[in-house]
Design a binder for this molecule. Structure first.
Ligand code: ZN
Ligand code: ZN
Length: 745
């Protein structure tokens, strides 16, 4: 009897294609198997989603051409997770599956269906033992170097990669080749996964503190199906608790995933994990080439690596016998994927935990209100780490009111108050380190003509152009468009123009003249665009070669430098008034996180926050290092009589795009009409529908943008909307459907 397989292709399609399974492939072709199939005149890689005996309804019968892997690429659990992704995020099944496998395994039109070849490297293995001293003397009588090489290999267990012998032990290749010629050793080429973190020095982790031990016991005392939030103040050592949890899992022969935000995936983080698990760890990060990613994926799939550390997409790693998933810094918006499927790794972790029966742990000093809401409703258990390691106090935070504070006269347009100036100067005099946060890169936010008021904007986006000094240009921070910083106003020809809004380049320039002896490093998107550049900056800070580290939000995350005693927030208001309901929450998280970088060493620390809104609850709570205070003030603002927002309701955002504003508006109107009809006819009026309206950023990359928001306290209704939307099969290129959006701009 001929069998037929349903095959999903990694395209914007929801229905699989049915192919006949050739007899020779029958044992291999099961759900989850990667197969090569003919599609029109091409060949493509797909994944089998089901097997049956029914032939396709119409058209010619075509056969599967090949099944390159010995084992199915996707387990039954990951296939189910793919279905969940597709249903929850209203995304075609084909696109959901695409998220589950590294790009290289989808092949280039069948050209290399097996994916990139595994990299090989030369290893040298001793083949002849020389047990007696006499034999040894004879064999190496005229070549002491060869003897040293032989004995080094012996000490390494008889085999080692040539690269290691040459680069670490400084043995010459001629000497090694000599061993081969004498018949004492042989050279093999073996598969060697590429791993840029391979040469890290590792140290075993310190023992758990009493608080950390208590947290660990509380987690182990929680039923595995109940997710846990570790709410620990900055510097309380949450990572040690994760590592201990992972250790217990790996010891019992099972696997684990540790998710960290991309920016926190530093050699320091990786070294800490390696310190516990050595080579059993696979590190997945954006710096990997396609081939490296495929290597790592294979090693995990084959069970050679049992622990995966990685950013967002590592949540799909094919870890065998997965027993625990840890999501560190759970509040980070970078866990949300910006293209279909627009998943949030925090929520995928919960879904994967359910299908695999794995425990899920979240950690943060500033948890998201979504997660706190789940704690309040009893679906997530909270475990607290209320104190810093070594009982170091959290640093005191001064809120400096920029409207009334005394400014340093030499600072000119730079917002630089006397209290911040004093704190920085004193730290430098004591040879301590300073971190300054300014969440705006470039030299100035925009340029304005004082004569006619014109502000140069991006021709493709409804955004003013940012002034950059080095190299000099006006640049769009959304699409990268660049213009010359000409000498005159393009509208009226006036020759003087004013720069507004302080950026990191200008701050660096000012600090250079204010503190000429200080060694200053700047970290923002402009200085970290090359591979590993931000690691190199942080390594300089760690070695004490930097006195002042200034930068955008990327310096707020996870840094642990005991030498830092002063943290300054130069302008806390940069994101406070954005037209997004999470503006206050983001500001709270950013200020509280960067404040937490101060005073991690014995010298203590302090924080100075400059603001024009010192009474804002986000800043008051950040100054008190208190998520509880923030949540208590913010949660009531997101429910009646105010317009309800998450976490009280769920949210879906539809963004319609168009070459003209009318086209975008018409498209958004049709979506809104469809939603209103469905709401009235089938959903019992359970949705609140807002819009259509222009997005706050009305034009981006040359396309106009209108959006429609829907809200509902019933996730079930939002789920029905997403599935109905998927069923409509509308072009994702023209209308984006985003469930649980992290930005409304
Ligand atoms: Zn002008
Ligand atoms: Zn632009």
């Amino acid at each position: 009897m001929t069998l037929f397989a349903d095959v999903l292709l990694p395209l914007s399609v929801s229905t699989p294609y049915r192919y006949a399974v050739p007899d020779a492939l029958t044992p291999r072709v099961v759900p989850g198997t990667r197969v090569l199939v003919p599609v029109r005149r091409r060949r493509a890689v797909g994944v089998v989603s089901g097997i049956g005996s029914e032939p396709p309804a119409a058209g010619t019968q075509r056969e599967i051409l090949a099944a390159p892997d010995a084992d199915p690429a996707l387990s039954a659990e990951l296939l189910r997770l793919g279905e969940w992704l597709s249903s929850y995020y209203g995304c075609p099944s084909g696109l959901s599956l695409r998220a589950l496998l590294p790009g290289a395994l989808w092949g280039g039109r069948g050209a290399r269906v097996a994916g990139p070849a595994e990299r090989t490297e030369r290893t040298i293995t001793l083949v002849k033992a020389l047990p007696s001293l006499l034999e040894r003397e004879r064999a190496f009588s005229r070549s002491p170097k060869r003897r040293a090489a032989y004995e080094a290999l012996e000490a390494l267990g008889g085999t080692a990669p040539q690269r290691h012998l040459v680069s670490q032990l400084k043995l010459g290749t001629q000497v090694l080749n000599g061993l081969v010629r004498e018949g004492l050793a042989r050279i093999d080429r073996v598969a060697a996964p590429r791993d840029p973190f391979a040469d890290l020095a590792v140290a075993p982790p310190p023992a758990l503190t009493a608080d950390q031990r208590r947290a660990m016991d509380a987690i182990l005392g929680t039923p595995p199906e109940m997710p846990v939030l570790i709410e620990g103040v900055t510097g309380s050592g949450k990572t040690l608790v994760y590592l201990e949890m992972l250790r217990t899992v790996v010891e019992s022969g099972r696997g684990a995933i540790l998710l960290v935000p991309e920016i926190a995936l530093t050699p320091q983080t990786v070294a800490r994990v390696r310190g516990v698990f050595g080579d059993a760890v696979a590190v997945l990060h954006s710096g990997l080439s396609d081939a490296e990613r495929a290597d790592a994926w294979r090693a995990v799939r084959q069970g050679k690596k049992r622990v995966v550390v990685g950013a967002r997409s590592a949540i799909f790693a094919p870890v065998q016998r997965l027993a625990v998933i840890v999501v560190d810094e759970e509040h980070e918006p970078s866990y949300k994927q910006g293209t279909a499927p627009r998943y949030h790794a925090r929520d995928v972790a919960l879904a994967r935990g359910r299908v695999e029966g794995a425990r899920v742990l979240f950690g943060s000093a500033t948890p998201s209100l979504e997660l706190l809401h789940q704690v309040d409703h009893g679906s997530v258990r909270r475990v607290e780490l209320p104190r810093r390691v070594g009982d170091r106090p959290l640093p005191p935070v001064d809120l400096v009111d920029l409207r009334s504070a005394e400014r340093v006269p030499e600072a000119g347009p730079v917002t630089w108050s006397e209290p911040l100036d004093r704190a920085v100067r004193e730290a430098l005099e004591r040879k301590e380190q300073v971190i300054l946060l300014l969440n705006r890169r470039g030299f100035a936010s925009f340029l304005q003509c004082p004569t006619c008021g014109t502000v140069p904007g991006c021709p493709r986006c409804a955004i003013s152009l940012t002034v950059h000094a080095t190299p000099s240009a006006l640049r769009c921070h959304y699409c990268g468009h660049e213009e010359e910083l000409g000498p005159t106003c393009k509208s009226c020809g006036a020759t003087t123009r004013r720069m507004r809004g302080l950026g990191t380049q200008q701050l660096e320039h000012f600090l250079g003249s204010r503190f000429p002896a200080a060694r200053i490093a700047r970290m923002d998107l402009d200085t970290t665009s090359t591979k590993w550049s931000h690691h190199r900056i942080l390594e300089r800070v760690a070695r004490g070669e930097v006195d002042i580290l200034l930068g955008t939000q990327m310096i707020a995350k996870g840094l642990d430098f005991p030498g830092v005693t002063v943290v300054g927030v130069v302008d806390a208001d940069t994101g406070l008034h954005l037209p997004d309901f999470r503006a206050a929450e983001r500001t709270f998280q950013l200020v509280a996180q960067v404040a937490g970088r101060a005073g991690r060493g014995p010298a203590g620390g302090r924080v100075v926050v400059q603001t024009r809104s010192p009474d804002h609850h986000a800043l008051r709570a950040a100054a008190a290092h208190s998520i509880a205070a923030f949540a208590a003030a913010e949660l009531p603002l997101r429910t009646l009589p105010h317009p309800p927002y998450p976490p009280h309701v769920g949210l879906i955002r539809f963004v319609a795009l168009g070459k003209t504003e009318d086209a975008a508006a018409a498209r958004a109107t049709r979506v809104a009409d469809w939603l209103r009809r469905a709401n009235g006819e089938r959903l019992g009026g359970g949705l609140t529908i807002l819009g259509p309206a222009p997005c706050p950023i009305a034009r981006l990359h040359g396309r106009w943008r209108w959006h429609v928001l829907i809200k509902s306290a019933e996730p079930r209704l939002l789920g029905r909307v997403m599935r109905a939307w998927r069923g409509q099969g509308r072009s994702a290129a023209l209308i984006v459907a985003d469930r649980d959006p992290v930005s409304l701009l």
